[in-house]
Design a protein around this ligand. Structure first.
Ligand code: ZN
Length: 247
């Protein structure tokens, strides 16, 4: 059933948010996307956003009719104030706080707040994000409690009812591939495989079965491990011929 109203999807160009976008398009009658440029080293993620959106519209005309504007918002201040392996030239490692130094403090808090502010102007009640605390990197701003608390705070602070949707919160990476398959079939899985980007190192030179990436960073490891489980459950899965060394 398609719900009335506008949903804003925080679409980064990665696997998770691409799956969330498909989820929103299968539920809401009008969907808009926003992305954030925060000085991330792997800005290739932002570059694939438009390609993915174009391919999605072409492949799914019904979704194209519900997909509205896309907005890229400059949050470079986040890159300026944070000292992390995603925003500076740093090796990825664990910090004394027990978190990987890929954690960008305040990132999801800021993203959700800005998304809600955009939603205020565009009269959108629903904000959709790919946060997940199932097999995640331990980021505290991906936790369900954080998102729920922020939903309350933002709703109070803007005096507007928002619902923050996190369809991936309780599923693992393999089930995220499953969800894409359920929502859009093998074509969507192939689209996500080829046209989204997750790798922290911004590597688009090698196409693996699970998509492009260095294959070694934590984001690639999560994505590839999830993919292996996904295909193991689908023994008859057939791949499109690999498009090697694109871009
Ligand atoms: Zn990688």
């Amino acid at each position: 059933m398609i719900m009335e109203g506008t949903a804003i999807v925080m679409f980064s160009g990665g696997q998770d948010s691409a799956t969330c976008l498909a989820w929103a398009l299968s539920r809401f009658d009008h969907v808009e996307t926003i992305g954030f440029d925060y000085g991330q080293k792997h800005s290739v993620e932002l570059a694939v956003r438009e390609t993915f959106l174009g391919a999605l519209k072409e492949t799914y005309p019904e979704w194209a009719s519900r997909l509205g504007q896309d907005q890229l918002i400059d949050l470079s201040v986040l890159g300026e104030i944070s000292d992390t392996a995603l925003t500076r030239e740093r090796e990825i490692e664990m910090t004394d706080a027990g978190l990987p130094n890929t954690f960008v403090p305040g990132r999801n808090l800021l993203f959700l707040t800005v998304a809600a502010a955009v939603g205020y102007r565009r009269n959108a009640k629903h904000i959709v994000g790919g946060m997940c605390e199932t097999d995640y990197s331990g980021y505290p701003d991906c936790r369900d409690d954080t998102i729920k608390a922020l939903q309350v705070a933002v709703g109070l602070g803007m005096e507007k009812r928002y619902v923050f949707h996190t369809p991936l919160m309780w599923i693992d990476k393999a089930s995220t591939w499953d969800l894409a398959h359920e929502l859009g079939g093998a074509k969507l899985v192939e689209l996500i495989r080829h046209e989204t980007h997750t790798c922290y190192n911004g590597d688009r030179s090698t196409l693996h079965e699970w998509g492009y990436g260095c294959g070694e960073c934590p984001a690639c490891e999560l994505r590839s491990a999830g993919w292996s489980i996904f295909v193991d459950r689908k023994p008859n899965w057939s791949f499109e011929p690999s498009k090697q060394t694109e871009q």
